[in-house]
Write a protein that binds this ligand. Structure first.
Ligand SMILES: [Zn+2]
Ligand SMILES: [Zn+2]
Length: 181
């Protein structure tokens, strides 16, 4: 996806201050760790693996789920099965596993509406300020804009912009549809 023209591209952002989304995730992961003595995403992985109904893809090292908080209709999160804070800590098997699950997840997207499926995707990992930041758990988010077909997209409008997002389909039904293709 591009802002003006559809085209594939990739960006790496680096800044002196943590952007809002990363800062919120860091605060939540830190608070969870202080309260429960465990990693938030490690516990979340266990929950999704036990429930199974939001799981889309899985291999030995990564899991793709439609998270229960998904705002975009076919939003997914790809989460490392092992607790590791950043992409530079991936083992060789995890590098292979990441490539494998990205290919399989995006192929499901493409098959869903039989189109080269548009999306924004990005990694979240620890800051590079020299601290260990063991509260961070490597994961990435897919935010695709399509809702009902290759041409009917989701817009965040009205109440969604002024109050809170509304869900057009449930996370469970989105995961079931992605699993089925
Ligand atoms: Zn973890
Ligand atoms: Zn994240």
């Amino acid at each position: 996806m591009g802002a003006s023209n559809p085209h594939p591209h990739c960006q790496i952002w680096s800044s002196r201050a943590l952007p809002n989304e990363v800062a919120k995730e860091q605060a939540s992961q830190r608070a969870w760790r202080e309260e429960r003595g465990r990693c938030l995403l490690c516990e979340y992985l266990e929950l999704e693996l036990a429930a199974r109904h939001r799981v889309v893809e899985e291999n030995d090292t990564f899991l793709t789920v439609v998270p229960f908080w998904a705002v975009w209709p076919f939003e997914t999160a790809v989460i490392s099965k092992r607790h590791l804070p950043s992409i530079d800590r991936l083992s060789e098997a995890e590098r292979e596993g990441l490539a494998d699950i990205l290919k399989r997840t995006t192929a499901r997207y493409d098959r869903l509406f039989k189109v080269s499926f548009p999306y924004s995707m990005g990694f979240h990992q620890r800051p590079t300020d020299g601290a260990a930041h063991d509260e961070h758990h490597l994961h990435l988010h897919f935010y695709p804009p399509l809702l009902r077909s290759a041409t009917v997209r989701k817009f965040l409008v009205g109440y969604e912009m002024l109050a809170t997002p509304q869900r057009d389909i449930t996370a469970e039904s989105a995961a079931a549809r992605l699993r089925a293709v």
